[in-house]
Structures are given as structure tokens and as C-alpha cells.
Design a protein around this ligand. Structure first.
Ligand code: ATP
Ligand code: MG
Length: 204
């Protein structure tokens, strides 16, 4: 018995459709000739925004590029990605101690936000940085802790080759408009709703 797979003389309908699709994709790839620093926004209510942002930082770092991270919301746990990326020389600017979701004092929060924003602005001026992650920046704008115009100006004036990733829910329309790529992570379900607490390595 032969193991040879019979080769049809004529292309099947499937092959023809695939061929056409490949031609269309190849044409689109050939027409995309621009290189530029991108503004990426990852927003929405589902899980995966910050991990996607850190994925970009890891990807760039893996190519030997320079990246920096700004964390605008300090989590309750130590952060696995910070432990890893700092070993690879990625600088982190983190919101001063005390700032969490359950904040009570607006003045203290604004001061903490402004302090970390000054560091973010230095990153956004640095032509040596290929990637800057502004994790949870959206809330700073939504709460008016950092002025929208200040954020827009810093993004617009950054080095032309610098990529920036903004994460967080409820991203301001002006940032969505300025962005080159916007993804919305939709919540279909989350284990937390079934009583599972945040898991090391997956959630932090
Ligand atoms: P991650 O850091 O896992 O990528 P995220 O950045 O999309 O999540 P955030 O809104 O910043 O989500 O919340 C961070 C924490 O809240 C994570 O521990 C995450 O697992 C959890 N979380 C995210 N989305 C949901 C959700 N829809 N319901 C419950 N918990 C969530
Ligand atoms: Mg997040």
C-alpha cells in the first residue's frame, strides 16, 4: 500500500481562495512601507492589558532595544515582570508608596501622580529609549490627576522613533485619536468572579 498523498491536477476551491487571500495579504504587506514610533493603547474591561504592555517591553528588550516602564497604580503585590525586567536593565518609575485603588486623599494622590509623571516625561524625551510603557496612565487622566493636554504634548513631542504603550480602562477619546493602534480587551469571564483570588505568575 502506498503512503503517497494523491496530488490533484486542478487547484481545489480552497486552494484558490487561499491563493487569493495570500495575494491580498502580500499586497498589503508590500504597501506598508512606513517606519515610525507607534503609540499603542490597550484598554477595555477584560484581563490582559498590562501583560500585553509588558509583552511589548519584553519583546523589545529581547532584541537588545532600550525600554522603560512607568507604573501609575501601585499594586498590592510585588510584581513578577518588574523582578525580571530590572535584571535586564529596564528602569522602572513607580507611583510613590501609599497610592492604591482605595485611595482616600486626593491631594496626596495628585502629588504622587505628578511625581511619577515627571519621571515619565523624562523617558518621553529620551531618544535612546525605543519603548516606554505607561501602565495604568488612563486613570490619571480620567481622575484629572495629570492634565490631558500635558500628556498629549509629551506624547506628540517624543522622539519620532519612540514607541509608547498606554494601558488602562476607560481611555480618554483624545488619546485614542492620537494612537496608531488601539486594542480593546473585552471581559468574557474572569476567574475572580468564581471566587478565585489573584494568582502569582498569572495576575501579578
Ligand atoms: P493584567 O495585569 O493581568 O494584564 P489588566 O492590566 O488587564 O490585567 P487591570 O484592570 O489593570 O487588568 O487589573 C489588574 C488586576 O485585576 C489583575 O490581577 C487582573 O487579573 C485583575 N483583573 C483584570 N480584569 C479583571 C476582570 N474583568 N475582573 C476581575 N479581575 C480582573
Ligand atoms: Mg493593568
Amino acid at each position: 500500500m502506498s503512503n503517497e498523498v494523491p496530488v490533484p491536477e486542478e487547484k481545489t476551491g480552497h486552494q484558490k481562495r487561499q491563493q487569493k487571500l495570500k495575494e491580498q495579504v502580500d499586497a498589503r504587506i508590500a504597501s506598508a512601507t512606513i517606519d515610525k514610533g507607534l503609540l499603542l493603547v490597550i484598554t477595555g474591561n477584560g484581563k490582559g492589558k498590562s501583560t500585553a504592555g509588558f509583552g511589548v517591553v519584553a519583546r523589545a528588550t529581547g532584541h537588545g532595544q532600550k525600554a522603560a516602564v512607568v507604573q501609575f497604580i501601585k499594586g498590592g503585590w510585588e510584581c513578577g515582570e518588574r523582578n525580571l525586567l530590572q535584571q535586564h536593565g529596564v528602569p522602572f518609575a513607580v507611583m510613590a508608596t501609599g497610592f492604591t485603588w482605595d485611595t482616600q486623599n486626593r491631594e496626596t494622590d495628585i502629588a504622587a501622580a505628578q511625581q511619577v509623571w515627571q519621571q515619565a516625561k523624562q523617558f518621553l524625551l529620551d531618544p535612546a529609549l525605543n519603548v516606554v510603557l505607561l501602565d495604568e496612565l488612563t486613570y490619571m487622566v480620567a481622575y484629572d490627576y495629570i492634565a490631558l493636554d500635558d500628556v498629549l504634548a509629551a506624547l506628540q513631542n517624543r522622539p519620532a522613533t519612540q514607541n509608547v504603550v498606554i494601558t488602562g480602562r476607560g481611555c480618554h477619546r483624545a488619546l485614542l485619536e492620537l494612537a496608531d493602534t488601539v486594542s480593546e480587551v473585552q471581559n468574557i469571564k474572569h476567574a475572580f468572579d468564581s471566587g478565585v483570588r489573584a494568582q502569582q505568575g498569572v495576575d501579578w
